[in-house]
Design a protein around this ligand. Structure first.
Ligand code: GYE
Length: 373
């Protein structure tokens, strides 16, 4: 009995000892990996690096790793913006760009940011789909000490220290320029405000571009007494722009202005107008439907301006890549970039009725496009 007991105890001890040895080895392994990792994460300046290797296989300590969460690929503006970021953050320029397409879903963008945090990128760039809902994930980035640069649309967060800075457009100003163009046109042509019947095909609801452009139009409609018949979301896409236009044309027979919150919607709306046997153009007193839109990136849309199928486009500049690169360079040099930077934008039209605008006390020339330019 004693003998059996003794034998059993010593067997357990052997097992315990083995487990203990395994545990110690495991802990040592973790420690060693941790040391290697933290060495890879430091360069001379103490900046974080992820130890990514260049093509030649050597560890590149100077590569700046940028995680970019893009909204999606809904429009030509968006594609131009993606291209601009990819070419600014190339390997040749000393960057490693981790690009994530959010497919228009905030949940995807939040997931992307969490992945960037896990990968310990040097900077996070976010082009947010909508304004709200970013507080938690941006706090996580802040806790991880990763600067976040917001581009294009804005984030509506309680604590603005959750992001380093923002660069993009003044969307309400864009809308005001469009509305002022229409106001001056109507006055010059002697068209009464109540004879202006507008449909607004809106962008992605809750995005800064939609909020600003919609607000400017509804304020102008109220101020001037225009008839704003309908506001419907077109999601910034050509397909939805067409669908919405088809549906409003079935419902209303007096539409003479379509305010499209981007050019892709305008292309769709024009297709619907023409399919209904109507004409897109500025001669609204003779039955044409005037199309006004935003961006000025798509070549077809600019071609349509020259043909007066789109009467005016308020430019929205998508080339933020070099702007973000310059912000990152400022941060690398220990400087503090401007918290909010706006880009300058033009107004394009082929119609010479309005050649300049005044908005909020500032004058803007209209760039008149012709087949030659
Ligand atoms: O106008 C539209 C795009 O947020 C400025 O998003 C951007 C807008 C742009 O899909 O075409």
């Amino acid at each position: 009995m004693m003998k059996w007991k003794k034998k059993t105890i010593s067997k357990e001890k052997v097992i315990d000892k083995n487990i203990l040895i395994l545990l110690v080895l495991f802990m040592l392994g973790i420690l060693a990996a941790g040391c290697r990792h933290s060495l890879a994460l430091q360069d001379g300046s103490g900046n974080k690096k992820d130890g990514l290797t260049q093509e030649n296989g050597e560890s590149d300590k100077d590569t700046i790793v940028v995680g970019f969460s893009q909204v999606g690929a809904e429009s030509d503006w968006r594609s131009a913006n993606t291209e601009s970021m990819k070419s600014a953050f190339s390997r040749e320029n000393g960057y490693e760009l981790i690009f994530e397409d959010g497919q228009q879903k905030q949940t995807n963008q939040i997931m992307a940011i969490r992945t960037f945090i896990q990968r310990e990128v040097d900077y996070i760039v976010l082009a947010p789909v909508t304004e709200t809902g970013w507080d938690t994930v941006l706090q996580e980035a802040k806790d991880a000490d990763i600067p976040v640069i917001i581009i294009d649309r804005r984030v509506d967060v309680a604590d603005e220290s959750l992001f380093t800075c923002w660069v993009g457009s003044d969307f309400e100003l864009e809308g005001k320029k469009a509305a002022e163009w229409l106001n001056r046109y109507a006055r010059t042509k002697g068209i009464a405000p109540e004879d202006i019947h507008i449909v607004n095909i809106q962008g992605t609801i809750g995005s800064s571009a939609q909020i600003g452009r919609t607000k400017a139009l509804s304020n102008a409609a109220r101020e001037y007494g225009w008839d704003l018949i309908a506001e419907m979301p077109g999601d910034f896409t050509q397909a939805k722009g067409k669908e919405v236009m088809e549906s409003v044309l079935r419902q209303y027979d007096n539409i003479n202005v379509v305010y499209c919150e981007n050019d892709n919607e305008a292309l769709g709306a024009i297709a619907a107008i023409e399919a209904a046997g109507k004409r897109a153009g500025s001669d609204i007193t003779n039955g044409e439907i005037m199309v006004i839109s935003f961006d000025g990136v798509n070549a077809d849309a600019l071609g349509y301006v020259k043909k007066d199928k789109i009467t005016a486009i308020v430019e929205c500049n998508p080339f933020h890549g070099p702007r973000v690169a310059s912000i990152i360079q400022q941060l690398e040099a220990g400087k503090t970039p401007e918290k909010f930077s706006y880009v300058d934008e033009e107004v394009f039209s082929a119609n010479k009725t309005v050649i300049s605008l005044s908005v909020d006390g500032k004058d803007y020339d209209v760039t008149i496009l012709s087949e030659e330019n």
